[in-house]
Design a protein around this ligand. Structure first.
Ligand code: NAD
Length: 480
């Protein structure tokens, strides 16, 4: 086991341009040799990813605690366990995913052509990942790329330096160094990596950098997957009853406070019927008391309760500024502390043009916008240019669920719960519009890194049947 010492951001030993170029050349050579193609090789590497996760489980917890003050259980459940399931899923399905798929043709005379789609690895791919769930967002694309037979360069976020050092030490220790490597880099190093020609670039992060990545990829016509964020709303319908509201509030508050609100699928704001707003707030406060029973003794800002840090000063200052400028009513929380923490905060009576509604909050602040009814909520959702990553709808009415499917747009629509969609490895996950494009998770991640190469194989004996395509185009050829 390597020893883990927390690394300060400025102490991260960044990769040099020469090292990046050397990795790039090495991995291309490996791909050209064909070594990453056999399923047996892929399976071994996937097993090694599983072993890396299990052997170093505690070190990953330590790293995320050092970088993000992330509770150990959140790292275990949302990152390590999620990835182990992902590895097992890939190994179990590898043969089926990678198998050539015949394309049955309607016309019997074409059946002899043997139309088939072959699942080919695209080549050497680049994965650029963010700081907020650094392990899962770096290793999940890696799993899909290994399964697809691609060599991979990982570029984790420099904002989680301890994790970055750890993963850069573990990858060559567990995986074939000829095919898998880590670049430690901030903007200059990533910019250099982006100047190179990759077979695919997989980017998870914010939409500003998403545009930079897509532009760089465009220069080489490199396909890109962009998994971005946005403002994912919670909508509560009028039919939610007294007892149900406590459940709704628990679900929302739990999701909002994961990683101190810094997850892409966090509920960003809530659209709540005016008549239900007080009851919803009461439910949120009740949930808070349940989740933090020692709140007085261990205040979330100062005590041992690890709510998770706000990642850096810039983001902390941004959240403090939002709380200063909002015209809504702060009815719970609102305290900020030491450039690291922001208390879980509820803001009611927020208007659609409030400062809290301008961009993704990415912190533990929940604005609540009162609406007359659920149609008012739909109107607000559809008045925005930005398509959210997720819409969370709480209702018992089947027709309303259908109405949301038909009348609103989002990457995903989750009914009556929060963030639980992330455990469904079988369901492709993707954004739309400003929240990104390209699906991933399970087989969808395998597909991202796979070229679907169609082949036909025309027997010479078919020549008679193909006569009609040759000149001269005389009528007798088309009579039948
Ligand atoms: P970040 O600052 O760590 O940036 C992400 C990556 O981009 C890092 O590796 C970073 O080094 C690189 N980067 C930053 N600036 C760059 C530049 N100018 N040129 C090239 N590369 C650059 O993380 P972030 O973007 O703050 O992450 C949070 C965002 O990610 C949120 O918007 C969140 O919603 C989104 N997110 C989306 C998903 C998803 O699956 N859709 C998952 C997690 C996070």
């Amino acid at each position: 086991h390597p020893n883990l010492t927390p690394v300060a951001g400025s102490e991260l030993k960044l990769s040099t341009t020469h090292e990046i170029d050397e990795i790039y050349a090495r991995l291309h050579k490996t791909f050209e040799s064909g070594v990453t193609r056999p399923l047996a090789y892929r399976r071994t590497q996937l097993l090694q990813v599983g072993r890396m996760l299990q052997d170093n489980h505690t070190l990953f917890e330590d790293a995320l605690l050092a970088d993000l003050n992330k509770p150990r259980i959140e790292t275990t459940v949302a990152e390590v366990a999620h990835l182990v399931t992902s590895v097992v899923n890939a190994i179990d399905n590898l043969e089926e995913w990678a198998a050539p798929t015949p394309c049955p043709t309607k016309e019997t005379w074409r059946s002899a052509w043997g139309a088939t789609v072959h699942k080919e690895p695209k080549g050497v791919v680049l994965v650029i990942s963010p700081w907020n769930a650094p392990l899962v967002l770096t290793v999940n694309p890696l799993i899909g790329a290994i399964a697809a037979g691609c060599p991979v360069v990982l570029k984790p976020s420099e904002l989680v330096p301890t994790f970055c050092e750890l993963i850069s030490r573990l990858i060559p220790q567990y995986l074939d160094p000829a095919a898998y490597a880590v670049i430690k880099g901030a903007i200059p190093e990533t910019t250099h990596a982006l100047s190179l020609r990759w077979a695919h670039i997989f980017y998870v992060g914010n939409s500003r950098v998403g545009r930079i990545v897509a532009t760089a990829a465009g220069r080489h016509l490199t396909p890109v997957t962009l998994e971005l964020g946005g403002k994912s709303p919670v909508v509560i319908a009028e039919d939610i009853g007294e007892a149900e509201m406590d459940v709704v509030a628990r679900r929302v508050w739990h999701a909002k406070l994961q990683n101190a609100g810094q997850i892409c699928v966090a509920p960003d704001y809530a659209l709540v019927p005016r008549s239900k707003m007080a009851r919803f707030v009461e439910g949120l406060k009740k949930a808070h008391r349940e989740f933090f029973p020692d709140a007085q003794k261990n205040h979330p800002l100062t005590g041992e309760i690890p709510l998770g840090n706000i990642i850096n000063r810039t983001h902390h200052a941004r959240l403090v500024d939002l709380l200063r400028r909002t015209k809504g009513k702060v009815v719970f929380g609102g305290e900020t502390h030491e450039e690291k923490s922001v208390a879980p905060t509820i803001v009611t009576d927020v208007s659609v043009d409030d400062v809290l509604m301008e961009a993704e909050i990415f912190g533990p602040i929940l604005p609540i916008i009162p609406v007359e009814d659920v149609d008012g909520a739909i109107q607000i959702l559809n008045s925005k240019d930005n398509v959210p990553l997720v819409i969370y709808l709480f209702t018992n009415q089947e027709d309303l669920k259908h109405k949301f499917l038909e009348r609103t747009r989002s990457g995903q629509l989750v009914l009556n719960d929060m963030i639980i969609q992330l455990v469904v490895h079988e369901m492709p996950f993707s954004g739309q519009g400003e929240s990104g494009y390209g699906s991933w998770f399970g087989k969808a991640t395998f597909d991202v890194f796979t070229h679907f190469r169609g082949t036909v194989n025309i027997p010479f004996s078919e020549e008679k049947g193909l006569e009609g395509r040759y000149r001269p185009y005389t009528e007798d050829k088309y009579e039948a």
